[in-house]
Design a protein around this ligand. Structure first.
Ligand SMILES: Cc1cc2nc3c(=O)[nH]c(=O)nc-3n(C[C@H](O)[C@H](O)[C@H](O)COP(=O)(O)O)c2cc1C
Length: 292
């Protein structure tokens, strides 16, 4: 079945035409609201045309009014409530020795249905390692990867290769962020697990290499999930080391069953927090450039 409009239901309010981000709905020569056949192939399948329609007249094959739409909640939060919520989130690196129930994780992932995404097909996948032993399996190889960073950055030739192959963002992250910490043996396992912080669970966001917008989509998804975790009292920290190690060290992706043609973008380590924070941290404002 193709995109279509039920003209028995259509009130010709034309809101679907207004909201369509790719302008594939119009008024045809008979004065009916219809999908424009030669433009349909660029449909983003975002569902906005169906969501805005008050008479359920619009239909795109991917969605059903029955199963894929919900009534608007009667109450959402105001700005102050939103600010209070985000200001009380902290990166949690101390966890109770308690695992997270699978049903809880499944519930958290529901928020991803409401997240924005760029460019279909959206190929982001999520691997959930809800098993501390499996997480521990990757620690020695990750420690070695972090040790190697010291040698790479201290070698002018390897530094050049990293800059050329991975770009300046990766090089600067390694040189200015990870190198000084690795040099000081911060991540050495002899001091304990400072890589995944003893977290009982880990969530890795990954996608087929080169797939459209996957980096941005994965980061937005991780942000949504992190806030969902905060909302139910779970502690979470975005972890950039694990995905870097997954991408660099073959053995690690195998432990987590991440396909060879996938790139890990970001991960979240999570569990029940051991400590409560007393204060909100107010960080310096970002540099804002106004054009008025
Ligand atoms: C892209 C990214 C990567 C991060 N990687 C790590 C990491 O590997 N290990 C870690 O302990 N924290 C990591 N963090 C958490 C930051 O250190 C943390 O967000 C920052 O210190 C601010 O603290 P807050 O989250 O409590 O506000 C990462 C955060 C981001 C956004």
């Amino acid at each position: 079945m193709k995109n279509n409009i039920d003209h028995n239901k259509c009130k010709k309010c034309k809101l679907c035409i207004e909201v369509c981000p790719v302008n594939i709905i119009g008024v045809d020569k008979n004065g009916l609201v219809n999908f424009i056949p030669e433009r349909e192939e660029i449909c983003l399948e975002c569902g906005q045309c169906m969501a805005v329609c008050s008479t359920n007249a619009v239909k795109i094959p991917k969605y059903s009014y029955k199963t894929d739409f919900e009534q608007f909640p009667t109450k959402t939060i105001n700005f102050q409530e939103f600010k209070d919520f985000v200001s009380t989130r902290r990166s949690i690196r101390n966890f109770k020795n308690k695992s997270v129930e699978k049903e809880t994780i499944e519930q958290l992932l529901e928020v991803l249905q409401y997240a924005p995404y760029g460019a279909e097909p959206n190929k982001v996948e999520i691997s959930i390692i809800n098993n501390r032993k499996k997480i521990e399996e990757i620690l020695p190889a990750t420690e070695k990867f972090l040790d190697d960073i010291v040698n790479w950055i201290e070698s002018p030739i390897v530094s050049k290769i990293i800059k050329f192959k991975k770009g300046m963002e990766t090089f600067n992250t390694l040189k200015n962020h990870l190198y000084p910490m690795s040099k000081l043996e911060n991540y050495k396992l002899k001091y304990g697990d400072r890589i995944t912080r003893g977290a009982p669970a880990l969530m890795v966001f990954h996608a087929e290499k080169g797939s459209e917008e996957h980096t941005h989509n994965a980061l937005i998804y991780a942000t949504y999930v992190m806030f969902a975790m905060h909302s139910i009292g779970l502690g979470a920290t975005i972890n950039g080391i694990v995905p870097a190690a997954i991408n660099k060290v073959n053995g690690i992706r195998k432990v987590f069953n991440i396909p060879d043609n996938h790139e890990a973008v970001i991960s979240i380590m999570f569990g029940y927090p051991k400590y409560k924070y007393n204060k909100v941290i107010k960080r310096e404002s970002k540099k804002i450039n106004w054009i008025e």
